[in-house]
Design a protein around this ligand. Structure first.
Ligand code: PEP
Ligand code: CO
Length: 441
């Protein structure tokens, strides 16, 4: 196999790359970004790999979630804090039920680039380039906004840095201290059945903590009580940005834009630029797997991405859809078992369950999401395989984007003004908690 270099992807076939009209500016920005400090450090990504290796061995569970597409406009404390809180709450619910360490990874601090099925979008007879995420062009349906602008890569870097800074403060500065567990409940869900149910768990955790405190086990002497490990991730899509943030450390290359990078459904062809880029960086990586991915091809992808078969390096994020998972997942599991591949199995019950509502809104049905996740757990159990984690598009905000759930959101509610996503519909905070509770019920 040819030697890998941070730019060897440039000689491969690439899809989903925007056409930048100003190539000189693109080169200037790439150049500048390549001199900026890394956003994450090699040691952190290595630690995440060891955590994921534990998950692969059945000794932990992965909770991976956040926005479909982050937006520059959402860079404010309230939104970020709500997202962080909901992830913490779900993690506590899962820890309590599964009695396992929960590895927490946000789709955040860099989830700015979106793959699109169509290069253009037409509204009322006007056709413009599709919106590809804030790192590439503007959401507004307006000619200038939709022109890919390399300056946005630099803005994305600073937005990611500010987001990460706050996340690190939340994770290690006292907010995630288990003694604060009561404060993680979001005001608007406190009175809902989910909020009440969550309160019961916080009481039980507080009881256990008082008991442990009496034994001298508390946040003062145990960092596991006082702080959490929180990791970032995004789709490795905009390769000029990813390459510009790639750095060498102790002889290995790391993409220092996030701890974990994943390869999306639309860019995972064996000879693609995206596979070429990610095979050479040492970060833990995710690979989206759908019914379109033949198990033999999956093995060839794994041989490229993880030739040493190291546990923790590769997470398979399956996204079949609730109607297809039973047809496709068992065969995929059998193939992985037969070939002895070390992977973390993670379920994305979002991307195979996207629907067009009768009023035109892109939505997802809570029940379909829950069904796929439940089937994922049951199928792994039946196959003697370990269901290692879940991957959700969700937000801590009180949005109305997915239908169903205890709130009984209907298609009519989608036009109520709380449909805010820039791309795919997310579970709102209530739906996310409800899902966590129902998954472990
Ligand atoms: C995503 O995770 O936002 C996404 C686009 O997923 P997929 O590549 O699986 O369609
Ligand atoms: Co999405």
């Amino acid at each position: 196999m040819k030697t890998w270099k941070p730019d060897s992807w440039r000689s491969k076939k690439i899809s989903q790359l925007p056409t930048y009209p100003d190539l000189k500016k693109l080169t200037q920005i790439e150049q500048r970004l390549s001199t900026y400090p890394p956003l994450v450090f090699a040691g952190e990504t290595e630690r995440l790999k060891t955590r994921l290796a534990d998950v692969a061995a059945g000794n932990g569970f992965l909770l991976h979630g956040g926005d479909c597409a982050e937006s520059f406009a959402d860079l404010n404390t309230n939104t970020l804090q709500a997202n962080f809180k909901i992830l913490l709450q779900m993690a506590i619910i899962l820890t309590y039920a599964l009695k396992k360490h929960i590895v927490k990874i946000g789709r955040t601090a860099g989830q700015f680039a979106k793959p699109r099925s169509s290069d253009t979008e037409t509204r009322d007879g006007v056709t413009l380039p599709s919106y590809r995420g804030d790192i590439i062009n503007g959401f507004e349906f307006e000619k200038n906004a939709r022109i890919p602008d390399p300056d946005r890569m630099e803005r994305a870097y600073f937005h990611a840095a500010a987001t990460l800074n706050l996340m690190r403060a939340f994770a290690q500065g006292g907010f995630a201290d288990l003694e604060q567990i009561h404060a993680w409940n979001l005001d608007f869900i406190e009175k809902s059945p989910q909020g009440q149910h969550y309160k019961e768990i916080t009481h039980r955790v507080q009881e256990s903590m008082s008991f442990m405190n009496a034994l001298g086990i508390n946040g003062k002497n145990y960092s596991q009580i006082r702080e959490i490990e929180f990791y970032t991730s995004h789709e490795s899509l905009l390769l000029p940005y990813e390459q510009a943030l790639t750095r060498q450390d102790s002889g290995n290359w790391y993409d220092c834009s996030a701890h974990l990078l994943w390869i999306g459904e639309r860019t995972r062809q064996l000879d693609s630029a995206h596979i070429e880029f990610l095979r050479g960086v040492s970060n833990p990586i995710g690979l989206k797997c759908s019914s379109q991915l033949d198990p033999d091809e999956l093995i060839r992808l794994i041989d490229l991405l993880n030739p040493q078969n190291n546990p923790g390096r590769l997470t398979l994020i399956t996204r079949f859809g609730h109607e297809k998972i039973e047809e496709f997942l068992p065969g995929m599991i059998k193939k992985i078992q037969a070939e002895g591949k070390q992977v973390v199995w993670c379920c994305d019950p979002m991307h195979g369950n996207t629907l067009a509502a009768s009023n035109g809104y892109k939505t997802r049905n809570f029940q379909h999401v829950l069904n796929e996740a439940q089937k994922f757990l049951a199928i792994h159990e039946a196959q003697g395989s370990y269901a290692g984690g879940v991957h959700f598009e969700m937000t801590g905000s009180n949005v109305v984007e997915c239908v169903g759930g205890d709130q009984e959101i209907t298609e009519d509610h989608l036009s109520s003004g709380l449909y805010e996503t820039l791309c795919d519909p997310r579970l709102n905070a209530n739906q996310a908690l409800e899902l966590a509770f129902k998954l472990i019920a």
